[in-house]
Design a protein. Structure first.
Length: 365
């Protein structure tokens, strides 16, 4: 079945509990202890948890208060993103020794196409092992890896033997591997979709494969075609070394819930300044502004607006964020607010940004 498809040798490397592992590497006294990066016992959300903390059910994105309840001995440390970026740069340098086709997904994971590699090594599994060993000896952290014919199968495989493990799925084993897999382990199927599939009697890849394309599209929309293909090992997206950024965002979690739009405006001013600075540092701008509001009961609300021009100036970002804020009354007190800018001009003529700004400023006079 793979005769008409490009068979590549793709490695997906995923660092193990990256943020927490960096903290434990830099502070030996934290090794072996349950650790959470971000959040606190009072406020905030956990960004990452060490494997010692995960034994208590602590995961990223849960509240610090819940994490502390699950593990009273949990240690909270603030995130140090500059340090994580520094380590990530060193890890990517290792990848680059083997291939120029490296697609970072985040600071702690990346795809590497080693079909044709700089070392002339035939075995992708050998390369993955060598990369993991180098990360451990040269940097001091552990990584897990998946190796297969495309990005989808490699990513699924990388989670198979975590932490500090590796899984290779050769072409002749791809279908068997996917058919026996719980659909919750398929990349792109979240908890909500998994529950829906369970309700429809789909628990494994084999059961998913038995469903016709029409059934999947009827129940899952456009994603149905994606599920139909990937369960058959079909995923043609190449490893893209210059991945285009699609959005940029910043947010704040407050030490105390805020109940007034007036108080939120001051916070939006700070967030707009950060978003503007980061956009201008990258020499990009965007047309769609989204305001994110998380209430004290953890209900999340987003409000978006698409403009006819690109913006990256703080004043314009704040102005449109305020318009979205006052668009309707708050449903409850607010624990978090954020601003994101999307539809970036990463592929377009950046001169549109100046025209948009000057046009808006003329309107204000």
């Amino acid at each position: 079945m793979f005769d008409d498809l490009p068979i590549r040798k793709v490695i997906h490397v995923d660092m193990d509990a990256f943020y927490a592992s960096v903290e434990q590497m830099d502070r030996p006294e934290l090794r072996g202890l349950p650790l959470a990066v971000g959040g606190s016992s009072v406020r905030g959300v956990v960004s990452a948890a060490s494997y010692e903390a995960r034994k208590f059910g602590i995961r990223s994105a849960i509240s610090g208060a819940l994490a502390k309840k699950l593990c009273p001995e949990l240690i909270f440390v603030p995130p140090r993103f500059d340090r994580y970026k520094e380590i990530s740069t060193k890890i990517r340098a290792v990848f680059s020794d083997y291939s120029d086709l490296v697609e970072p997904l985040s600071l702690d994971e990346a795809y590497i196409d080693v079909t044709t590699n700089k070392k002339g090594i035939q075995s992708a599994s050998f390369i993955a092992t060598e990369i993991r060993n180098r990360i451990k000896t040269e940097i001091g952290l552990t990584a897990s890896a998946g190796v297969s014919i495309n990005k989808f199968v490699a990513k699924v495989a990388s989670n198979y033997n975590k932490p500090d493990g590796q899984k290779t799925v050769p072409p002749e084993k791809v279908l068997e591997f996917l058919e026996t897999l719980d659909i919750r382990k398929f990349h792109g199927i979240g908890s909500v979709t998994a529950k829906k599939m369970y309700d429809l009697g789909v628990f494994t890849g084999l059961e998913l494969k038995k469903k016709p394309l029409t059934f999947l599209i009827e129940n899952f929309g456009k994603s149905g075609a994606y599920y139909f293909n990937v369960v058959r090992g079909i995923h043609s997206s190449p490893v893209k070394p210059n991945r285009i950024q699609k959005s940029l965002a910043a947010e704040r979690t407050f030490s105390k819930n805020l109940s007034s739009e007036i108080f939120l405006v001051d916070k939006l001013d700070q967030i707009a300044a950060e978003v503007s600075r980061r956009l201008q540092n990258r020499n990009i701008a965007g047309k769609t502004l989204t305001l994110k509001i998380k209430y004290s009961d953890f209900i999340l609300q987003t409000r978006s607006k698409t403009l006819p021009f690109y913006i990256n100036a703080k004043e314009l970002i704040l102005e449109h964020a305020k318009l979205l804020l006052f668009q309707e009354k708050l449903q409850n007190s607010v624990r978090l607010v954020g601003i994101s800018i999307s539809k970036l001009n990463t592929n377009n003529n950046k001169k549109d940004t100046k025209r948009g700004v000057s046009f808006q400023l003329r309107l204000e006079f």
